[in-house]
Design a protein around this ligand. Structure first.
Ligand SMILES: [Zn+2]
Length: 301
């Protein structure tokens, strides 16, 4: 009976994972390559599913901070980039990241920086590469996500690693994923090949650092030039107002409204503001079939 109950709990949790995983439903006409497609407004924690992962040894287990270890352990899953839903405001300015052992994932010209872009959040740093170029693991770690995703949407084929120093790294738009979920990797291992999958307009690597799901601008930790990439220091202290500056600004930017004109429809407005019909509906608590009245204001972000 106990086993049956556990099995039921695991099934419920698995279903909830798929239900919560937000997918962009509208094609975008923009030239932007990738965005943070997760619902950042819902930050409540989901502590279910702990039991299914207790036997797994995680890189973060060696961290002294037991609260952090538990958050990472409870959030271990292979479907969502940010399963932690941990608000930046709750992060203490004391956590020190051990940056030793870093290996550059790819060295090339930066083509796009981390920050707000066309009204959406670009959570990583883009670097030019050629299709088939090796993409390396930044530190020792374990594969949390190895996804052969959409060739047209989001990150495309991507890998997300968890590291013993508390950071997670993400490698997007790959042409080939060379690792599998729960696999251990060493710093410098080739985890995938460069590509142009997902929301991407040319071959490049989209690289992210995340701490408890929140994106950190790679430039905070790294010195990046077209010929080099190295850690500025052996340690990096996470500070909520500095480390997540771009994301924090985006989250706290004021709402934006648009006045409906003759001939408008939700699809047209969504394209104009680089968002989706689903998101407009959610923001305004309307249905996709709701008739738009000229002159009325609609919230676009
Ligand atoms: Zn990118």
């Amino acid at each position: 009976m106990k086993r049956l109950k556990l099995l039921f709990a695991v099934c419920v949790y698995a279903i909830s994972l798929f239900a919560q995983d937000e997918v962009a439903t509208e094609p975008s006409s923009t030239s932007e390559d990738d965005v943070l497609d997760e619902d950042v407004s819902s930050l409540d924690m989901d502590s279910a599913g702990v039991k299914s992962y207790t036997s797994l040894s995680l890189p973060v287990d060696s961290l002294k901070d037991s609260v952090l270890v538990n958050l990472y352990r409870n959030g271990w899953d292979s479907t969502r980039v940010n399963p932690y839903r941990f608000p930046i405001d709750s992060i203490k300015d004391t956590f020190v990241v051990d940056c030793r052992g870093f290996y550059p994932p790819n060295i090339n010209v930066v083509t796009s920086e981390c920050g707000e872009r066309w009204g959406r959040f670009h959570a990583g740093t883009d670097m030019r590469l050629a299709i088939g170029d090796s993409v390396h693991a930044a530190f020792d770690g374990k594969v949390r996500i190895a996804r052969v995703g959409s060739k047209k949407k989001g990150y495309g084929y991507f890998v997300l690693l968890q590291h013993a120093n508390g950071l997670e790294t993400l490698y997007g738009h790959l042409s080939k994923v060379l690792v599998t979920t729960n696999q251990d990797v060493k710093s410098g291992d080739v985890i995938g090949l460069g590509g142009n999958t997902g929301r991407s307009t040319g071959p490049h690597l989209h690289f992210e650092f995340r701490f408890l799901g929140n994106p950190i601008n790679a430039r905070n930790l790294l010195e990046i030039t077209p010929d080099t990439m190295y850690m500025k220091s052996d340690t990096y202290t996470i500070k909520k107002k500095e480390s997540f500056k771009e994301f924090y600004t985006y989250l706290h930017s004021p709402a934006q409204y648009y006045k409906i004109r003759q001939g408008d429809n939700l699809g047209k407005i969504a394209r104009k503001y680089h968002t989706t019909v689903a998101k407009l509906c959610k923001l305004n608590r309307i249905k996709s079939t709701t008739i738009l009245r000229v002159g009325r204001k609609i919230r676009v972000r």
